[in-house]
Design a protein around this ligand. Structure first.
Ligand code: AMP
Length: 595
């Protein structure tokens, strides 16, 4: 059939393959409710004999009403004992009738450790299916992507085994190591400059170096540049800032830096390396300039857009990305998690603030808990709303039931409905529930920050000093960004004021107390810089309160904000800083033993 004849309501597809993908999106979104009903029935049918579903006496029922009346809404903490049994090696059908193939380690944590999300082999196909829809949508808005390549900085992270022998690793590591990714068919619209060998190298320096080198060799061919999160793309720019002399040297001589010792990378780079003195001269002349504004478009002049997530916590990086790219469009293509991939952005060229994700009804069974931050205790399962019944303008927390056996599981994301595509709602990602600080994939909540401050401040006891107030700030002006904690101290013996070195140890003690995703970011990924404590003058937090009250806060209800980012408040705090201290070493981190 001619491509024109297959024109989709979303627009004319670029090729026959795209036509099928767009057609699939149309079918799924037109029949969203029926698809959801079938997904739920299929999950309940195949998992009917699992320990978990038997507990709730469904008696083989697969309909929504029985499901809703019997199955409770749960959090990770509710499921943790069960998940631990699976991790410990219990292979009986506990959550899923299909064997749990591995655990995906979420960047969300529980008791300081990454959450373990059980998954089954076929979920890879479902993820692959969602990936296969992204370029067909992109091609509607950006013709000609088959005429060049994408420079995407993609990485694997370390993996561990649970006591029962199951792999535990991040979802993207699992995907990049799968045959779905490694042996993907050639698609002219989706060619990467990075060889698989570079992406799959577990050493982040070697991986980044070789990906950057390939990207520089192919600078003219690069049409789009990306990473998963905005913070990752900025880390690549910082890497270029630090390593361009060596990269240019390799390009000049056609040899590979001796720091790249991974044999697979060395082997594959022989296909790429060549001596190109003109390119080396160009890189040296551009990168040695003091001004790095628009460096992305200078190095990769044909880039049409950046593909990075800049929604949610990543929005803080938009000004820096604009600075380095001269305001190139920033495309957020999809919304996903370790638990389940959710959906995609059908209007990828829109402004970041307008990004909405259309949840694909075939991915899992989705329910929505009306979100009211004023009455969180009202969060009961009888309030849950089905996918097609959410209301435009309202906020909900996402609750999922997956093929891998999570039932009515609270993801923790707050979404606002912006509209519908056919009968499938579209959601603006509002925020993750209860996340105070985030630089990369780390998510630190209020309780974690509080206990980190408590632990660190114990080091001040011997100086008869205590922390009377604190707040925090995610400082992303530097790359990598870092946590800043403002401390107001009560010093009982001013002759014995804690020295610099003590406050530096406090910084490290805070880092040691933070969750493992934070510590991994510091140690393995180098995606988070050393934590900083800024000691402020006595009375600063009272001034902060006065300021809030002058802007209408109630004096009785005033609470010290535990995280700040409003410019006048930052200016007030920074103008009262007496001293600033950084963590001098790395916190402890090793790939977790899952016990
Ligand atoms: P993880 O399970 O570690 O992969 O983290 C998944 C979480 O990352 C989601 O639940 C969201 O909170 C966040 N996330 C994923 N995709 C997006 C997106 N496109 N925009 C904003 N936040 C996202």
């Amino acid at each position: 059939m001619a491509v024109d004849a297959m024109c989709s309501p979303l627009g004319p597809p670029a090729c026959e393959k795209d036509a099928k993908a767009l057609q699939f999106i149309e079918e799924m979104t037109r029949n969203a409710d029926a698809v959801q009903e079938n997904v739920l029935a299929e999950i309940l049918r195949r998992n009917a004999e699992t320990e978990y579903l038997r507990l709730y006496n469904l008696g083989g029922a697969t309909d929504r009403e029985t499901f809703k009346s019997r199955i409770p809404m749960v959090t990770y903490e509710d499921l943790q004992p069960i998940i631990q049994r699976i991790a410990d090696g219990d292979r009986s059908p506990i959550l899923s009738a299909h064997p749990i193939s591995e655990f995906l380690t979420s960047s969300g944590t529980s008791a300081g450790e990454r959450k373990l999300m059980p998954t089954i082999r076929e979920e890879l196909d479902r993820r692959q299916l969602l990936y296969s829809l992204l370029m067909p949508v992109m091609n509607l808005y950006m013709p000609g992507l088959d005429k060049g390549k994408g420079l995407y900085f993609l990485f694997v992270k370390s993996e561990t085994k649970t006591p029962g022998g199951l792999l535990a690793r991040p979802v993207l590591t699992s995907y990049y190591k799968s045959d779905h990714f490694k042996t993907r068919a050639f698609d002219p619209y989706n060619v990467y400059t990075s060889p698989n060998e570079a992406i799959l190298c577990p050493d982040s320096f070697q991986s980044m170096y070789s990906q950057m080198l390939c990207g520089l060799y192919e600078r003219e061919q690069v049409l789009r540049l990306g990473a998963i999160f905005a913070s990752g793309l900025l880390r690549a720019i910082r890497f270029l800032q630090l390593n361009w002399p060596e990269l240019a040297h390799d390009i000049r001589t056609g040899t590979l830096n001796s720091k790249i010792s991974d044999p697979d990378i060395r082997r594959c780079m022989t296909r790429v390396l060549r001596s190109d003195p003109d390119l080396a001269d160009f890189i040296e002349s551009e990168c040695s300039k003091d001004n790095w504004e628009r460096i992305i478009t200078r190095m990769w002049p044909n880039t049409k857009y950046l593909e990075v997530i800049v929604t949610g916590a990543m929005a803080q990086y938009i000004p820096t990305l604009d600075y380095y790219s001269g305001g190139l469009p920033k495309v957020c293509t999809m919304y996903a998690s370790s638990e389940c991939y959710f959906g995609l952005n059908l209007n990828p060229m829109c402004k970041p603030s307008e990004v909405s994700y259309t949840i694909m009804p075939n991915m899992a069974y989705f329910e929505f808990l009306p979100h009211d931050s004023n009455s969180p205790t009202d969060a009961t399962s009888d309030k849950l709303v089905d996918l097609v019944n959410v209301e435009v303008g309202k906020e909900y927390e996402l609750v999922i039931t997956t093929y891998a056996g999570l039932c009515r599981y609270r993801v923790g994301d707050i979404l606002r409905v912006t509209g519908f595509h056919n009968s499938a709602p579209q959601f603006h990602f509002v925020r993750r529930n209860n996340v105070l600080l985030s630089i990369d994939s780390d998510k630190t909540d209020e309780a974690e920050l509080q206990s980190a401050v408590e632990n660190a401040s114990k080091l001040l006891n011997e100086f008869k000093t205590s922390v009377v107030e604190y707040t925090s700030y995610a400082d992303t002006k530097t790359i990598p960004g870092h946590y800043v904690i403002y401390w107001e101290l009560l010093v009982k013996d001013s002759a014995n004021f804690p020295k610099d070195e003590v406050l530096e140890r406090c910084c490290l003690a805070m880092e040691e107390s933070l969750n493992s995703v934070y510590r991994q970011g510091r140690v393995e990924c180098n995606s988070i810089g050393p934590l900083e404590i800024r000691v402020v003058k006595n009375g600063t937090f009272e001034e902060l309160m006065d300021y809030a009250i002058s802007r209408g806060a109630s004096i009785n209800q005033y609470k010290v904000p535990r995280c700040v980012n409003f410019t006048p408040i930052m200016e007030l705090l920074d103008s009262r800083v007496l001293s600033s201290h950084f963590s001098q070493s790395l916190p402890h981190w090793t790939p977790e033993r899952r016990r």
